[in-house]
Ligand binder design. Sequence first.
Ligand SMILES: [Zn+2]
Length: 276
Amino acid sequence: MDKPSNQKNKVFAKKEVNPILKTTQEIAEKIAQHPDCNTYMPLSAGIESTAALLYAVKDPDMKPFCVHWYEQRYGLFADAMAFYTQKQAEYFNLPYGNDRSMLSMLPYTQEVPIIVSGLSSFMSMCIAQPGGIKFKWFMMGANAEDDMRMRLQFREYRKIMATYVSDSLDGTGVDLAKTIDGIPQVINPLDFLTKAEMYALIIREAPELLDTIWSCIAPKGTLKDRDGKITGYVPCGECFKCAELLHAKKQAADAVFRYQEGVKYFTTILKDMEGS
Ligand SMILES: [Zn+2]
């Protein structure tokens, strides 16, 4: 995950505690309350994880538990992602946990990428015994244009977990039964789609979610109702993530598909582009 360059090395130590945030332990306890859940569904409110969420919701075998890896250091950007990922989980009435374990906040580290702290927290929950989570799948939302880093990182984490549960010092001793039983498969079921194609998928499958997509790394502020309750965040419209989103929308609007399918798709995306 990218971070705003102007916030480099800055630590945001907020006084008030966001009540939706949980420690890894609290997340594990919450997952235990949902024994039917079999899918760990990390959400960032970006296009890719939103598309992956749609897949998990529509797949009859998957019962997702939604998790957002909260990173306090990112300030308003982190709050916006926490806000919109919770909205997405609520939209589908799914259990949700907002992990604030924040391993990267250790005082002696300058920077630990959120993917590392998030995966460490996930790994801890999987291999913790007793009480480790029993999930079949770990959902991933990279698009066809993304680089290989995330995919490769996941592979090594699974290997660490598999050798651990097998009590083996290297991969030659991996216990198949224990791996099947204890180590979730990482799946990236829409990795053949570009960002724009995923955006179009969201328009067709759940246009209501368009208002919950968030990717701006430098929000300008919050929207509040009369009671002072936050109802949304304002994107900057200038950062590279805002540019990526706009580009995806334009590409989706230019799709050949709209000529095949006609009015509804086209009007939906035009409406959304007016709002961006
Ligand atoms: Zn922006």
